[in-house]
Design a binder for this molecule. Structure first.
Ligand SMILES: Nc1ncnc2c1ncn2[C@@H]1O[C@H](COP(=O)(O)OP(=O)(O)OP(=O)(O)O)[C@@H](O)[C@H]1O
Ligand SMILES: [Mg+2]
Length: 262
């Protein structure tokens, strides 16, 4: 079990790119089953931190502990199998394949291997495929993609693609999902659907760590918000506290000033 309900913890986590300290000694504790926001100005190191947690970027220093086990040093697919999902950690949707096929094959975890088995050794995997298909259909209904279940994934709108990514990670029933700017490029109606699904999934116990520039959304759904600037965590607190914290305001204003002078 994770200590005191902490599902994810980083200690002294750091990554430099040349002289740039993109992530510079980050200690965070994410409580199990919560929706935690990760905000900060452009270039603060949020996506790099996600990459470090998900095993896509190797740390220069520090540790990541997930559900009581050290996961730093593991490959992305190993991290994924621990129940920590970053949406694009699993293979990206195959544009020619249907929504259903894409959701079913996400469960195999390892690229297309299982998927090809399904084609070449159908009898061996028929029962499992039936089970996976049933599960996939439930998830597709949950995510509101039933109407497009047989459409090619490549023909979905931007927002539907995000719902499809969510549907695909749901196949492994993750304990924590990392979402990096889930609403970027999504139309307002689908943003509401996406939020609804995140909240509903959270009510069933799935935790979220969300990077998002849409502050209304962050304030609405996050219990705790972690603020990063220049590779470091500068503040952590409830949404209302974050809003009135001078350090946070300064970090964003500093960003605006830099952009004006760029
Ligand atoms: N692979 C890389 N090589 C070199 N520099 C990188 C690399 N990845 C990120 N950086 C740099 O590290 C810093 C942090 O980038 P990162 O993408 O983590 O920021 P972010 O907080 O996600 O920003 P945004 O809100 O704009 O997405 C930036 O200065 C970026 O240019
Ligand atoms: Mg980013």
């Amino acid at each position: 079990m994770a200590d005191h309900g902490i599902i994810l913890k980083t200690r002294g986590l750091a990554r430099s790119f040349g002289a740039l300290r993109a992530v510079d000694g980050v200690d965070i504790d994410v409580k199990a089953g919560t929706i935690t926001g990760l905000i900060g100005p452009n270039g603060a190191g949020k996506s790099t931190l996600f990459g470090l947690i998900a095993g896509e970027v190797q740390p220069s220093h520090g540790q990541v502990v997930f559900d009581g086990q050290t996961i730093s040093g593991l490959r992305p697919e190993q991290v994924f199998r621990h129940g920590l999902a970053r949406t694009f950690q699993i293979p990206r949707p195959f544009p020619q394949m249907s929504v259903l096929e894409n959701v079913v094959c996400a469960a195999s975890g390892q690229s297309g291997e299982r998927f090809w088995n399904n084609w070449f050794r159908p009898s061996l995997v028929a029962a499992e495929e039936r089970r996976l298909t049933e599960r996939a259909m439930e998830i597709i209904e949950f995510t509101g993609l039933k109407e497009v279940v047989n459409h090619a994934a490549g023909l979905l709108s931007g927002g539907q693609q995000k719902l499809l990514e969510l549907a695909r990670v749901m196949m492994i029933d993750p304990k924590l999902i990392l979402l990096d700017e889930p609403t970027a490029g999504v139309n307002p109606t689908l943003i509401e659907t996406l939020i609804e699904k995140i909240v509903a999934l959270n009510a069933r116990g799935t935790g979220f760590l969300i990077v998002e520039h849409n502050m209304d959304l962050v304030m609405r759904i996050c219990g705790t918000i972690v603020v990063m600037a220049q590779g470091k965590v500068i503040f952590e607190g409830a949404p209302a506290e974050v809003m009135r914290e001078q350090k946070v305001i300064d970090a964003y204003l500093g960003d605006v000033t830099q952009e004006e002078h760029a």
